[in-house]
Design a protein around this ligand. Structure first.
Ligand code: PHE
Length: 371
């Protein structure tokens, strides 16, 4: 029996393993990571306690049961000791948290971002205008900010070299290989042409968007916003235009009645062309719409010029319509009493807090535009 195991030696190994485990457990202290490493080292599949059990296979039944139960006892003790230590580490951790973390239930609740964040007055007015026209059955169309001379001027009946082009203070890009220069659209009117080209009459849409002119003072910024409107059908006439604008302004300024005054004007793309003033009262810095004896210019409009219909592929013998364009920035200044346009673009948080709107108050006609 040369390969029978040395029983004395195994018994010693079991004792040593137990002593080793106790020593290691002592040095673990309250370190939970070290405790887990010890668990793997001693009780893992190839851990030193399991390694001892491998010798059982070579023993006779009697010895196997004797040493087997010794090794098992060691295994159970070690398992239990580890569980116990784990629990006491957790207990210490909870005690520490209880001592360090305190919740003051009397402290005021901190407002969420949704409550403190503000909608910019321009976005607010944009949404208000869209809500009003959507209610009147207008679709919302969009076009590119970077335009060609054709869409911004040519198709809108601005003749080459006409002084009306210069009035727009256009930002031009460098000429391309063919010598053509793209530009930043100076108004939202190009969207009239683009939308008519892409569809079939009748048309009834608005286009809110960014526009650009090389201009900067208290009431002008190089980038500003316009809202274009276009209605084209077989019998659309000036009366429809006047009614539409009156309804819009009444809803927008949230007053019972507004009085409009139409003055003859000139735009290459409308004939006749008009500028529209609203009746207002000026009380110091404040402007009240719908009362008083003063007039305030608010938008440009007119009947769509036959040349514009023609260049958009619409037969001017059969169709006619009206167009209008107004500055969203100006509408916002008037409605919300904001004196300087440049502040719109300065991203001053204090200004936004003062003039901004609550994020969840989405403007609707039914629920109220600005409240
Ligand atoms: N596009 C014109 C402007 O920017 C406004 C306008 C639009 C006038 C539509 C008439 C009709 O000045």
């Amino acid at each position: 029996m040369t390969d029978s195991p040395d029983l004395e030696n195994i018994s010693l190994q079991i004792q040593q393993a137990r002593a080793k485990f106790e020593g290691q457990l002592d040095s673990v202290g309250t370190d939970s990571v070290a405790l887990e490493s010890l668990r793997v080292l001693a009780l893992g599949k190839t851990g030193y306690i399991n390694e001892l059990a491998k010798q059982l296979g070579k023993m006779n039944a009697e010895d196997r049961s004797k040493f087997g139960s010794l090794i098992n006892a060691l295994k159970q003790d070690a398992t239990w000791r580890i569980a116990e230590r784990k629990q006491s580490i957790e207990g210490i951790r909870i005690k520490q948290r209880l001592a360090n973390e305190r919740i003051d239930v009397t402290a005021p609740v901190r407002a969420s971002a949704l409550e403190t964040g503000r909608i910019h007055p321009l976005s607010q007015v944009w949404d208000e205008v869209v809500a009003i026209f959507a209610d009147m059955g207008f679709a919302v169309e969009q076009g590119p900010d970077i335009e060609t001379d054709h869409y911004n001027f040519g198709a809108l009946n601005f003749p080459e070299g006409h002084p009306a082009r210069e009035m727009h203070d256009t930002f031009y890009f460098e000429p391309d290989a063919s010598g053509a220069r793209k530009l930043l659209r100076t108004h939202t009117s190009p969207v009239q042409v683009r939308t008519m080209e892409a569809g079939e009459p009748p048309f009834r849409f608005i286009c809110p968007g960014r526009t650009y002119r090389c201009d900067s003072d208290q009431t002008h910024t190089p980038q500003f916003h316009q809202i274009e409107g276009l209605v084209v059908d077989e019998t659309t006439h000036l009366g429809h235009l006047k009614w539409t604008l009156e309804e819009f302004l009444r809803a927008f300024f949230e007053v019972e009645g507004v009085e409009l005054r139409m003055r003859p004007s000139f735009f290459p793309f409308t004939e006749p062309s008009m500028e529209v003033d609203v009746r207002c009262a000026r009380l110091g810095n404040e402007i009240r719409i719908g009362e008083g004896d003063d007039w305030l210019e608010i938008l440009g409009c007119g009947m769509v010029h036959p040349n514009v219909l023609r260049s958009s592929g619409i037969d001017p013998e059969k169709y006619q319509g009206f167009a209008f364009g107004m500055g969203i920035d100006r509408l916002a200044m008037l409605k919300y009493g904001i004196p300087d346009l440049r502040a719109f673009f300065e991203s001053d948080l204090r200004w936004l807090k003062h003039y901004g709107f609550a994020a969840l108050d989405v403007p609707t006609l039914a629920g109220g535009l600005s409240s």
